[in-house]
Design a protein around this ligand. Structure first.
Ligand code: NAG
Ligand code: NAG
Ligand code: NAG
Length: 516
C-alpha cells in the first residue's frame, strides 16, 4: 500500500470517527450549518486578517522598503566599519545615533521639526526660532525613509521612497553645515521619477516658528534666473543671563511649494542658508548690529548662489577628511555593554561638529593660522587625566539633541581641565588630537610623550592614528594583544629630522631609539 493511499484511508477513517462523535451531539444538518458559518466568517474577515499578517512581515510586501534599502546600500560598507550611522523608518534600532550636522557655528539634527542651534557655553545648545529642514512628500502615496550620516564626509543623507501603482519614487536629500564656511547650511534634493507620468513632489520648509518678533523680508537676486530669498532678523534671549540677547540674521533661499518632475526624468535642487549672529549683548543696543548682520547675510547668500554646488561640497568633504587624519581604532568586543568603535566614532563626530575647524576655515588669516598651528604642534600637558575610555559619563546615549549636547559639553570641559586648553583653542583639529590622546591617557611632558594606560587595562587592540608630536612630526601607535594576553606596542613615525626614543613605564629601562 502506497503512502498516499494510506493517507486517504486514514482521512476517511478520521472523518468516519468524527461523524460518529458528532452524531452523538448534533444532526449532520446542524454540522453543515456550522461549517457554513465558519466559511462565511473567513470570507468576511479573511482579507483583513490577511492584511494584518502582511503588516507583521513588511519585508516581503512594502516596495518602499526595498527602495530605501537600495538607496542606503552605498553606505553599508562605511556603516560596517562604523564610519557611518544608519537609521530606517521601518526598522527601529536601539543602537542608532542622532542624525546630525554641525560646524561649531551652527548645528541641527536631521529630524522632523528640528531647530537651528547656535553656541551657548560649550555646545551648540541655543535653539533659534527657525526650522530650516526641507521636508519632502508625495501626496496620495505611502512612504518609508532612511538616513545615513557619513562621519568621514560630514554629510547627512536622507532618503525618501514613495510608492504609487507598485512603482517606487526615490528622493535623496543631502544636508550639511559647511566645514570651511561655517555660516552656511546647504540642502540638496534629487528626485528620480521612474514613472511615465509627471509627478509633483511637495516641499516644505517651516522656517520661522513661534516668534512674532522676527522681521522677515522677501528679496530677489538677479542672475541667470532671478532667485528669491528671505532675510529674517530676530533675537533670542541668552539663557541664565539678565537682559542679554543674541541678534541673528538668516538669509535663506526661498523653497518652492512643489517641484514637478517629468516622466522618466530626474531633477536636482540646491538650497543655501546663511546665518550670522552677534555676541550676547544688552537688548537695548541691538539696533545697528541687526542691520550689519543683515547686510553680511545678504552678501554671503549671494556668494552661495554664485558658487557651484559641487565645488562647495568638495571643499566641505575635503576638510572633514582632513580632520579624520587623526583618529582611533579599537578591536570589536561582543561583551554586553562594552564600548565599541561605533559609539567612539559617533562621539568624535558630534564633538567635531560642535567645534570650529579654525585651521581649515577660509576666513582664517595667515597670522592667526600660524598661532593656531603652534598650539596644535606643542600640546604640552595634554592629556593629564585618567584615560577616558572607561569614563562611562563621557560615553552616554546619543539619541536626542539634549544627550548629544550634554556629551559634547562634558568632553570639552574634561579636556580643558586636563591640560588640553591650547589644543582646544586651535579648533577641531586640536580637539581631535586631545580626544585621541585622552583615549590612551597619553601625556605630553616637556616634549616627551608618555603612555599612561596601565597594562592591566590593555586587553583589546588599539590603533592611535597620527598623533601630532611637535614640529610637524606624527606618530602612529598600535597596541596589539597577543595570544598570551600580553600587549605589544608598535610605534611608527613620519619624520626623522632628529632622533626619537621610546621607553616603558617610568623609563627604568634605557630608552630605545625609534626608527621610521
Ligand atoms: C571608526 O571605528 C573603527 C573601529 O574602532 C576604526 O577602525 C575606524 O578607524 C574609525 N573610523 C574613523 C574614521 O576614524
Ligand atoms: C622644525 O623643523 C624645521 C624643518 O626641519 C626646522 O627648520 C625648524 O627649526 C624646526 N623648529 C623647531 C621649533 O624645532
Ligand atoms: C599612520 O597610519 C596611517 C593610516 O593607517 C597611514 O596612512 C600612515 O602612513 C601611517 N604613518 C606612518 C608613519 O606609519
Amino acid at each position: 500500500m502506497s503512502w498516499k493511499v494510506f493517507q486517504i484511508m486514514e482521512m476517511q477513517e478520521i472523518s468516519r470517527k468524527l461523524k460518529r462523535v458528532l452524531d452523538g451531539y448534533m444532526s449532520s444538518r446542524r454540522a453543515f450549518l456550522i461549517v457554513t458559518i465558519v466559511l462565511g466568517f473567513l470570507l468576511y474577515f479573511g482579507p483583513s486578517m490577511f492584511r494584518w499578517l502582511r503588516q507583521k512581515t513588511p519585508i516581503m510586501i512594502d516596495p518602499n522598503i526595498g527602495c530605501v534599502a537600495t538607496l542606503l546600500d552605498p553606505f553599508s560598507l562605511e556603516a560596517s566599519r562604523f564610519d557611518a550611522s544608519i537609521r530606517k523608518s521601518y526598522e527601529p534600532s536601539d543602537n542608532s545615533f542622532l542624525p546630525y550636522t554641525g560646524n561649531g557655528k551652527l548645528g541641527l539634527s536631521v529630524e522632523e521639526n528640528s531647530h537651528l542651534y547656535i553656541m551657548s557655553k560649550r555646545s551648540l545648545s541655543l535653539p533659534l526660532p527657525f526650522q530650516p529642514l526641507i521636508h519632502v512628500s508625495l501626496p496620495g502615496t505611502s512612504s518609508q525613509e532612511g538616513v545615513a550620516v557619513s562621519f568621514t564626509t560630514g554629510i547627512v543623507h536622507h532618503f525618501y521612497c514613495f510608492s504609487q501603482k507598485r512603482k517606487t519614487i526615490g528622493v535623496s536629500q543631502q544636508v550639511y553645515a559647511h566645514r570651511t564656511i561655517p555660516a552656511i547650511l546647504l540642502q540638496s534634493i534629487k528626485v528620480n521619477n521612474p514613472l511615465s507620468d509627471d509627478i509633483t513632489v511637495v516641499l516644505k520648509q517651516i522656517g520661522v516658528v513661534g516668534d512674532p518678533d522676527v522681521h522677515t523680508q522677501l528679496k530677489t537676486v538677479q542672475g541667470n534666473e532671478a532667485t528669491e530669498y528671505y532675510l529674517h532678523i530676530g533675537k533670542v534671549a541668552v539663557p541664565d543671563s539678565e537682559n542679554l540677547v543674541i541678534v541673528f540674521a538668516i538669509a535663506a533661499v526661498k523653497v518652492p511649494d512643489s517641484v514637478t518632475v517629468t516622466g522618466r526624468g530626474s531633477q536636482s535642487l540646491h538650497f543655501g542658508l546663511v546665518l550670522h549672529h552677534s555676541h550676547p549683548m544688552p537688548s537695548g543696543e541691538v539696533g545697528h548690529i541687526s542691520k550689519e548682520l543683515g547686510t553680511l547675510a545678504e552678501e554671503d547668500i549671494k556668494k552661495v548662489l554664485a558658487a557651484q554646488p559641487v565645488a562647495l561640497r568638495k571643499s566641505h568633504v575635503q576638510a572633514w577628511k582632513q580632520l579624520w587624519n587623526t583618529g582611533f581604532g579599537i578591536s570589536y568586543s561582543r561583551a554586553q555593554g562594552t564600548l565599541n568603535g561605533d559609539k567612539i566614532n559617533a562621539t568624535l563626530y558630534y564633538v567635531l561638529s560642535q567645534t570650529r575647524a579654525l585651521t581649515l576655515e577660509l576666513t582664517t588669516t595667515s597670522s592667526h593660522l600660524q598661532e593656531l598651528e603652534s598650539w596644535l604642534s606643542y600640546p604640552d600637558m595634554c592629556y593629564r587625566g585618567h584615560h577616558t575610555l572607561q569614563a562611562s559619563t563621557l560615553w552616554s546615549e546619543l539619541k536626542t539633541e539634549k544627550e548629544v549636547n550634554n556629551v559634547v559639553a562634558l568632553w570639552l570641559l574634561t579636556l580643558d581641565k586636563q591640560g588640553c586648553h591650547n589644543l582646544l583653542l586651535s579648533g577641531s583639529e586640536g580637539v581631535m588630537q586631545a580626544m585621541v590622546l585622552s583615549f590612551g591617557a597619553f601625556k605630553f611632558n616637556n616634549h616627551h610623550l608618555e603612555f599612561a594606560t596601565h597594562p592591566k587595562d590593555l586587553h583589546r587592540d588599539y590603533f592611535f592614528r597620527r598623533l601630532s608630536y611637535g614640529n610637524s612630526t606624527h606618530l602612529n601607535i598600535s597596541v596589539v594583544v597577543g595570544e598570551d594576553n600580553k600587549a605589544v606596542i608598535y610605534i611608527a613615525l613620519d619624520r626623522s629630522d632628529r632622533d626619537y626614543y621610546a621607553c616603558d613605564g617610568g623609563c627604568l629601562d634605557p630608552p630605545i631609539k625609534l626608527r621610521l
